[in-house]
Design a protein around this ligand. Structure first.
Ligand SMILES: Cc1cc2nc3c(=O)[nH]c(=O)nc-3n(C[C@H](O)[C@H](O)[C@H](O)COP(=O)(O)OP(=O)(O)OC[C@H]3O[C@@H](n4cnc5c(N)ncnc54)[C@H](O)[C@@H]3O)c2cc1C
Length: 457
């Protein structure tokens, strides 16, 4: 297939010496998918994306997208078709008077934070510093201080998008309400290529305080039950989570509560005090109480959790059952946790009001997410089983998944309410009647060891 003159980006077709590197580079995870697009377009502009979509149509290719490349399963890398790689689109422009920031899809969170912070403004970017805003925000976007400002997708005010027919559109709630509704939460099911996002930004916190308490693993259930109990009275400005897993600095498994308070004069500065009243507080192996911190430090701490260069598998479920019930069901997951970089992440979310202008619709007070991290490909199946099968075994407690962590191929579950999922498909039928854009991955497309083992049965 020849490259048209209108295409100024780098088009790398299968067989080209640069192909394999471009394919591998499209996925941050060291566990790369065994899927091979026919071509990869490294787009450098909106025009490139338009030309790429036309080229794909003319050559009968379906289109997939990559922004920051942080999909755990490499969702953009599909068999056949054209992968439009937006990793070169990374600029950020803030309009402080309008309280808006305009970002390209591959921009990572700290870059947005740096630009808006200069104007005393804030946006709830993802926890890890390398995640691209594109996939993060379309999938909901649970970022720093999202309990206050909502999942990041609710802050989308406009998008520049190349539609499946090749048209470039500046879409707003006025001219394309259906498109904006779908962009706010439909994740990898979105049916256009977003080249720019216009986001609402908010007044910035005055100070960030942080408490961390680490306990022996034997106290796991007590610790989780305690923070579940604290959650209803915990102000939205406090982000509370727990990590259970091997802790290298201690040389043992441990459970750590981390609570981060985004303080303003309105919220007050004593938000973390209730944690100190934990009945098991005297058993802490170590603790750091109400320490002032910064966004830079928060990004660094998140970065250290899921190290680059390792093989990672993730999944997660929202739960609204009583803590005792969740912990009973999660006992096998906790008991069989691999003693390596793997861990269980508990996020205390609570609830954020849903909006009529967003398809984002699945949440529950507690989010439970096994994160498996390992290095030897021979251990893929064991780790993927621990992540996906253990959660499938407690499916009766799931109120749904986050698109950020699961791709529905390795453990089917709902990422949208059934009514909203149907409406997304109805809107897709209007914008993409020929099915040009790839949508949610199917078990048949998954190349995980788990999917292969299931296919052999
Ligand atoms: C280390 C790490 C930390 C993470 N931390 C968080 C976190 O704190 N909070 C959270 O919510 N999630 C988090 N995630 C999950 C992350 O948000 C999702 O994996 C998200 O999809 C990554 O976005 P991306 O643009 O980097 O991914 P990509 O792999 O580039 O994109 C994933 C998919 O999203 C869609 N997509 C992306 N960009 C576009 C676009 N411009 N137009 C149309 N469709 C698009 C496509 O279907 C694409 O295949 C984390 C992931 C990792 C690896």
């Amino acid at each position: 297939m020849s490259q048209p003159d209108s295409l100024h980006g780098t088009l790398i077709q299968r067989g080209d010496a640069r192909y394999e590197q471009a394919r591998l580079d499209a996925v941050w995870n060291a566990r790369k998918p065994d899927r091979y697009p026919d071509a990869i377009l490294l787009a450098g502009s909106d025009d490139d994306v338009v030309a790429g979509v036309h080229w794909a149509r003319e050559n009968g290719l379906r289109v997939s997208v990559r922004s920051g490349g942080h999909s755990w399963v490499g969702n953009g890398v599909r068999d056949g078709g054209l992968l439009i790689d937006l990793s070169r689109l990374r600029d950020v422009k803030v309009d402080p008077a309008a309280r808006r920031v305009r970002v390209r899809p591959a921009v990572p969170g700290p870059e947005i934070d740096r630009v808006v912070a200069e104007h005393g403004l804030y946006f709830p970017t993802g926890h890890a510093p390398t995640v691209g805003i594109g996939g993060f925000i379309l999938g909901g976007g649970y970022g720093w201080n999202s309990r206050t400002f909502g999942p990041a997708c609710l802050s989308i005010r406009a998008i520049d998008v190349v539609l499946p027919n090749g048209e470039f559109v500046h879409a707003t709630d006025e001219n394309h309400p259906d498109l904006l509704w779908a962009a706010r939460g439909c994740g990898p099911g979105f049916f256009g290529v977003v080249t720019r996002l216009e986001l609402e930004v908010y007044p910035r916190h005055q100070r960030i305080l942080r408490t961390t308490q680490t306990y022996p693993m034997e106290l796991h259930d007590e610790v989780i039950a305690f923070i579940c109990e604290l959650l209803p009275a915990t102000p939205a400005a406090v982000e509370m989570s727990a990590k259970a897993g091997y802790t290298p600095s201690l040389g043992q498994q441990a459970v750590s509560i981390t609570s981060t308070a985004f303080c303003t004069d309105e919220t007050g500065y004593d938000l973390l005090a209730p944690l100190e009243k934990a009945p098991f507080r005297a058993h802490a192996i170590r603790a750091s109480v109400n320490q002032e911190t910064s966004m830079t430090e928060l990004y660094e701490l998140a970065d250290a959790l899921t190290l680059p260069g390792m093989r990672w598998a993730l999944d997660g479920i929202w739960c609204d059952a009583p803590a005792s019930e969740i912990l009973t069901a999660a006992a096998p997951l906790v008991r069989t946790m691999p003693e390596d970089n793997s861990f269980i992440f508990w996020m205390m979310w609570g609830h954020y009001p849903e909006r009529d202008n967003a398809c984002w619709s699945v949440q529950a007070p507690v989010y439970l997410s096994p994160n498996a991290g390992w290095t030897d490909p021979a251990e893929d199946l064991a780790h993927e089983r621990w992540v996906h099968q253990s959660l499938a075994d407690m499916q009766q407690l799931s109120r749904g998944l986050q698109f950020s962590d699961n791709n529905v191929a390795d453990r089917p579950d709902i990422g949208l309410s059934p009514a909203n999922a149907s409406r997304v498909e109805a809107i897709r039928a209007v914008y993409d009647p020929e099915g040009l854009m790839r949508t949610y991955m199917t078990p048949e497309e998954s190349t995980t060891a788990l999917a292969r083992a299931a296919a052999r049965r």
